[in-house]
Each structure stands twice: as structure tokens, then as C-alpha cells.
Ligand binder design. Structure first.
Ligand code: ADP
Ligand code: MG
Length: 698
């Protein structure tokens, strides 16, 4: 991602949230023009009350933003805390207090422990660098992924960059800025002109996003423009301002879609387009109302093409606001399939549309015949998880004596009836699986996010306790890349495989065996799983030989499995242990070889005669096409091979496919590819009637 000149970013954990980054800093090395759009909620948080009257303005140098605590409805102390933070940031950076803006997000009504922020500032300032990923992570709340993007534009013959980091998730509604979004650009523009384009861009993008129709106390979009691109300073309407507005709208549109897709509990992004409306407000209102209708959203979660709820919402808004709209003349389409037109329902292939509704993005088009105005709104589906997340929120989030907040992250607050049904369903599988070996490859997002790691550890411990014999094989690619980068080494990939030279091999080994493996073992043992950490070198578990890429390219110390020490693993399993294996093999010369963890998992499954092999990854399963295609729920070896040949399965999934085919050929009965980004997918797959992810059989 490109970063505008003269900006630096940082993100650290200051202790507002347990164990996670919660404090971000964005610094402009030169005084910047600033503009902002803020929540219209009258119960606005202290940082909003402080920042709102101070923009648009010249001479801004920094934005400090925290998650974990909203500093909202905290009384007069809230503004005092903002002042303390502004002074401390100003001192730490050697700038004036009035050049600092603050933003907060998190729990409402708990006093912000400002000293935690002040104490963390030296480390945060030390860490400032030219990549915003840690800052983007630090402002996350219930977001499952950081959100950032950039656009490049030419202004007055000079290249300029506009970039943004933002957080979204819940309590998002239209009619306000809907988020915390920090925009940085090196374009030269006056505060007034920047404010104009920012307000217009937010109006068309973030203000058209709705996750739950709730309006937050803290929403803010703040933009800094430091002029280092060197373009003639934009102050008046004209082509340059239009270009800047276009880029900003595009960028905030992407942020808005990312927020909707990652709404609390969301499984799908919804895009609603309304055309032919009798005016701007009518178009926007109808689009937003459809996107925020609980009935429409619940239907989307169930992949139900219930178009009646869409047209009913249009009629309701038209009636309530007295818009000159005639719903009977409308055409309604979902996923491009027309379901209503010419005043009556239109026949459609229900099964086809239902299956299209399982896609990760749902398009709804309402073509009115009452005018010429168009509007687009974004939202998401309404899942059980939304209720769960928000039902838990105040009961499970509590303030610790030191001022930080913690979450009591127990499995659930599901209704007793739901729990009974689930248990009854699960018990029959538990009986069937008892004593069986299941090999689980642990990779993707599930390895990175704390809450997912915990959920995974809990699942494996549970499997063990109900009599299944789990074997865990883990990867660690993102961690290795990060560590190599820290050491100043770039990773080179050939066809998705990391070229491992003599220098990086010890790093790979250290990260996989020394760090990832040990952390996982500790996590599992904290739950009483009886985990034993092993590399393929321990007990000659994985004998390996050097692998050569089909192109003939030398991949360095990369290997493939020649033999698995089955007796050793069996001994551990019989002793009631859960082997946790890092994908390092032992060469004939006694050296180490780095092996694709997918392959290791498959070879071990075959060697142990496991019936089940499970790949946890960061996509819903095997998709028709990457990255947005529909999930293929069930397929066989021939089908999978055909998809690889056709080029529809590529990258990391191609390697998985190869391993899957080999595992099935070697006698494994069922291979599952599951979405590790959803907590407890392993349990959901094994112990419920309706599988999740893709199932591959011979
Ligand atoms: P892991 O860490 O789980 O091994 P990888 O990145 O190695 O994850 O492999 C999964 C990736 O494969 C996905 O994130 C996706 O980008 C890519 N991919 C390519 N084609 C497909 C496909 N048809 N279905 C699913 N994923 C695919
Ligand atoms: Mg992989």
C-alpha cells in the first residue's frame, strides 16, 4: 500500500484492552490542513466534543486514537482526560498542543485511564514508521480484520497519495460518519476545500453504510493534508479538487464496503442500488432502509430470496415520508435475477437464486419508475452472532481495577432451547467419532487472532475430551515473513513456496518450532489438552528430502516428506497426548528442511490411517474462484483435480489441493477445508448435521 509523503504511523498495546493493540498515532512531519466529519449524536463523546470545533484548520500535526474505551458519557472528567492526552502527545512529538487531535472508540461510560496512554507514548513514538498496519490494528474493536487502503492521483502534474485506516463493526448507521476513519494525504489543499470534499465523499459513502442502524457517540472521520506532494495548493473548485474528491470518494467507498462486510457477526456484504427515485433523499432513504431492515438482513443470513421484504420496505418508506413512489411499478432484482416487475412477481429458478444467495456479496437492485435519482447503500446480514456479540457486550466486558477493560470470553449466551438441540445433535457424532484420529492443519487467520487461537485451543481440548484423538500440524507463514522482515530480509516466493536460503532457514525453524509451536502447546495445555510440541526432527518424526520446483528452480532448504515415524506418533496418541507438529523435516544429512504444512498434515494422516483430515484456513473453503466465488460444499478428487487444471484453484489452495488428493488416495476418508476466521468451526463441522466449509472425498 502506498503511503503519502511525510506521514508516520504507530500502534501499540497500552493496556486499555487485554493483550491487544489499542493505541494508534498518526503524525505528519509538516503542519497539515485538517478537516473532519463527526457523529450527529447529541450524546457525543469527549474526543468528538474536543475535535469538532477545531476543524477545519491549518497546522495539525498528529491524531492519537485509542480503542477499548470510548471516553463517552464520562462527565467533565472526559474532556480533562482529552486535554491530558493532547498535552502529552504534543510534548512527546515536540509540537503544539493545538496541533493534536484525539479520537476514541470502545466501551461507553467508563472513565478513560489517560495515564495508560501517556505512559505508552514513548514506545509509540519510537515505533513510528511508514506503514499504517499497526495503527490500523490498534483502532480495531470487534472488527475481525484491519482496514486500510490508498489511492494515487495526479494533481497539477504531481503525484499525490490519499490513504486511510478505519475501523467499523457495530453501532454503525447512516446519517453520520459511521466510523473512526483517519485519512492522510500529501496533496496540498486548503482546510476549507478539504472539508468540502471530505463532507461530500462521506455523504455518498460512509453515510450510506449501515450495520445495525445504531448511531454511535464517537464516529469521526478526520483528514490531514500536508502538501508534500508539491502540487499547486487547491483552494477553489476546479479539476484538481474534483480529482481529489473522486479519489477520496473511491477510497471511502472501499472502506465503507469493508466495514459492512466485516459488520458484527456479518457473513455477507449487501449492496443496495435504488434507481429511478423522485429525489436524492428518497433514493438514499429507500436504499438505506432496505440495507438496514432486520427482516431483509435476517433473510440474507438464511440465503432466502425473500424479495417481498425489500419491496415492502420501499412502500413503507414511501408511505411514511410521503415520497411520490409507486412500488407497484418497481422492478426488483437480486444477484442480477429479476424477481418482481410489471406489477407482479416474476417466475425465477428458486434453487439457483438460493444458491447464489450463499455468496459472500448480495446485490439488490430496485428500479423505481418515479424519477431519475440513484443511490447506493451498503449493509450486511443479521446473524446469530450479532445478537451474541452485543448481548455479551456489557455483561462480559468489565472494567478492571487498573482502568483497563477485559472480556469474559466464555463460549456462549445461547438460549437453553438452542443449546439442548445442539447438544442432542452433537452427541450422536461424539459417539461415532470416539477413538478416531483426526489430523488438523492449523493455518491462516485462526493462527493470528487471539480470540480465534483461544477458540481453536478450546475446540481441540474438547475433541480430546470426548474421545477423539487430535493431531495438530501448524504452519506459520505470516509470522515467518514478519520476523524475516524485521531482520531486513525479503521473502521470495515461487508458486506460493518460500525460497529458504541458508540464512533464513534458522529463522524459519526458530519461528515455527521455537515460537509458534510452543505458544500453541502452552495454549492447549492451559486447557488441559495434554499437548506435546514436536518438530519433524524430534524422534525422526518426519524424514525428508530436498524438493525441487517443477520449473527446476532451486528452492533452497525446502523439502518433502519421505517417511513418517508412525510408531512414535502412535505411542504418543496411545498415551493420551495431543501431538503438535511444526513442519520441519530431517534430511538424510541430519539437517533441517522446511516443508509445506499442508503436505505434512496429509502425510501424517495417511501414515496414521486417520479417517479425517481438516484444513483450517482463511477462506470459507474451496471456492468456485478466488477470492469471491461461491463455496463448493462438496466435491471429489476428480472434481478438485479438474478445478486445479482449469486454473480455478491457485496459490496456497493449489498446494492444499495436491495434499488433499494425496491424502484421499492414501486412504483418508474425508478431508474438510474450513474457515478458521469463524470461531469453533472445527466443532461446528464435526458435531453438527449441516457441515461448514468444503468436504472432499475420494
Ligand atoms: P493457509 O495459511 O491456510 O495454508 P494459504 O494462503 O496457503 O492458507 O491458502 C489459502 C489461499 O488460497 C486463500 O486465501 C486464497 O487466496 C487462495 N485460493 C486460490 N484459489 C482458491 C480457491 N479456488 N478457493 C479457495 N482459496 C483459493
Ligand atoms: Mg499455505
Amino acid at each position: 500500500m502506498k503511503i503519502p509523503k511525510g506521514f508516520r504511523f504507530g500502534g501499540v498495546a497500552c493496556g486499555l484492552k487485554p493483550q491487544r493493540r489499542d493505541l494508534a498515532l498518526v503524525v505528519s512531519d509538516h503542519p497539515a490542513a485538517a478537516a473532519g466529519v463527526f457523529t450527529i449524536n447529541k450524546a457525543a463523546a469527549a474526543p468528538v466534543l474536543d475535535a469538532r470545533p477545531r476543524v477545519p484548520a491549518e497546522g495539525m500535526r498528529a491524531i492519537v486514537a485509542n480503542s477499548g474505551n470510548a471516553n463517552a458519557l464520562t462527565g467533565p472528567a472526559g474532556l480533562d482526560d482529552v486535554a491530558v492526552i493532547r498535552s502529552a502527545v504534543a510534548d512527546a512529538l515536540g509540537v503544539q498542543k493545538r496541533a493534536v487531535l484525539t479520537a476514541s472508540t470502545g466501551v461507553i461510560g467508563a472513565r478513560l485511564p489517560a495515564m495508560k496512554i501517556v505512559t505508552a507514548l514513548p514506545a509509540l513514538v519510537d515505533q513510528l514508521g511508514d506503514h499504517p498496519d499497526l495503527a490500523a490494528e490498534a483502532i480495531m474493536t470487534t472488527d475481525t480484520r484491519p482496514k486500510m487502503a490508498a489511492r494515487e492521483v495526479t494533481l497539477g502534474g504531481k503525484a499525490a497519495i490519499v490513504s486511510a485506516i478505519c475501523k467499523g463493526s457495530g453501532m454503525l448507521a447512516p446519517q453520520l460518519a459511521t466510523t473512526m476513519c483517519l485519512v492522510t494525504t500529501d496533496a496540498a489543499v486548503t482546510p476549507k476545500a478539504l472539508q468540502e470534499v471530505l463532507s461530500r465523499a462521506v455523504h455518498r459513502t460512509l453515510n450510506m453504510v449501515t450495520v445495525d442502524g445504531e448511531m454511535s457517540t464517537n464516529d469521526c472521520v478526520i483528514a490531514l493534508a500536508n502538501g508534500l506532494a508539491g502540487n499547486p495548493r487547491i483552494s477553489e473548485p476546479g479539476p484538481d479538487l474534483e480529482v481529489l474528491e473522486g479519489a477520496l470518494t473511491d477510497l471511502l467507498g472501499e472502506m465503507g464496503r469493508a466495514m459492512a462486510a466485516d459488520g458484527e457477526g456479518a457473513t455477507k456484504l449487501l449492496e443496495v442500488v435504488v434507481t429511478g427515485a423522485p429525489g436524492d433523499e428518497a433514493a438514499r432513504d429507500c436504499a438505506r432502509s432496505i440495507a438496514s431492515s432486520p427482516l431483509v438482513k435476517a433473510a440474507l443470513f438464511g440465503a432466502d430470496p425473500n424479495w417481498g421484504r425489500i419491496l415492502s420496505t420501499v412502500g413503507a418508506r414511501a408511505g411514511a415520508a410521503n415520497y411520490p413512489i409507486d412500488p407497484f411499478k418497481a422492478r426488483v432484482s437480486m444477484q442480477g435475477i429479476t424477481v418482481f416487475g410489471d406489477g407482479a412477481p416474476i417466475e425465477f429458478d428458486r434453487e439457483n437464486l438460493r444458491s447464489r444467495m450463499r455468496e459472500s456479496r448480495i446485490d439488490v437492485l430496485v428500479e423505481l419508475a418515479d424519477g431519475a435519482t440513484r443511490a447506493v447503500a451498503w449493509g450486511c446480514d443479521l446473524s446469530y452472532d450479532y445478537v451474541k456479540i452485543n448481548a455479551d457486550y456489557t455483561s462480559l466486558i468489565f472494567q478492571k481495577p487498573d482502568g483497563g477493560v477485559a472480556k469474559d470470553d466464555r463460549v456462549s449466551n445461547y438460549s437453553p432451547a438452542f443449546k439442548r438441540a445442539l447438544l442432542a445433535e452433537a452427541l450422536k457424532y461424539i459417539a461415532a467419532f470416539s477413538g478416531q484420529i483426526a489430523v488438523i492443519k492449523y493455518g491462516g487467520a485462526a493462527m493470528v487472532k487471539e480470540s480465534l487461537k483461544d477458540a481453536f485451543a478450546e475446540d481441540v481440548s474438547l475433541l480430546k475430551k470426548v474421545g477423539l484423538k487430535p493431531v495438530v500440524v501448524h504452519g506459520g507463514a505470516p509470522e515467518i515473513t514478519k520476523t524475516l522482515e524485521k531482520l531486513g530480509e525479503r521473502s521470495e516466493f515461487v508458486d506460493g513456496m518460500r525460497v529458504t536460503d541458508a540464512q533464513s532457514l534458522p529463522v524459519v525453524e526458530m519461528v515455527l518450532t521455537g515460537k509458534v509451536n510452543q505458544e500453541l502447546v502452552a495454549l492447549l495445555n492451559a486447557r488441559g489438552a495434554g499437548a506435546v510440541g514436536l518438530s519433524g526432527k524430534d524422534g525422526r518424526l518426519l524424514r525428508a528430502k530436498k524438493a525441487v520446483h517443477e520449473s527446476g528452480r532451486d528452492l533452497g532448504h525446502v523439502g518433502e516428506v519421505v517417511e513418517v515415524n508412525r510408531e512414535f506418533l502412535r505411542m504418543l496418541l496411545d498415551g493420551g497426548y495431543v501431538p503438535v507438529i511444526s513442519p520441519i523435516g530431517l534430511s538424510d544429512e541430519g539437517g533441517s528442511l522446511s516443508i509445506n504444512a499442508d503436505e505434512v498434515a496429509a502425510k501424517i494422516a495417511v501414515a496414521l490411517g486417520a479417517k479425517k483430515l481438516i484444513y483450517l484456513t482463511d477462506v470459507p473453503g474451496i471456492l468456485e474462484s478466488s477470492p469471491d466465488g461461491e463455496l463448493v460444499r462438496q466435491l471429489d478428487t476428480a472434481d478438485l483435480t479438474r478445478r486445479v487444471k482449469a486454473g480455478a484453484v491457485t496459490g496456497g489452495m493449489k498446494w492444499k489441493a495436491q495434499s488433499i488428493v494425496a491424502a484421499l488416495a492414501g486412504g483418508v476418508e474425508r478431508v474438510h477445508v474450513l474457515d478458521g476466521r469463524q470461531p469453533h468451526t472445527v466443532i461446528a463441522e464435526l458435531f453438527t448435521d449441516r457441515g461448514v466449509g468444503s468436504l472432499v472425498t475420494a
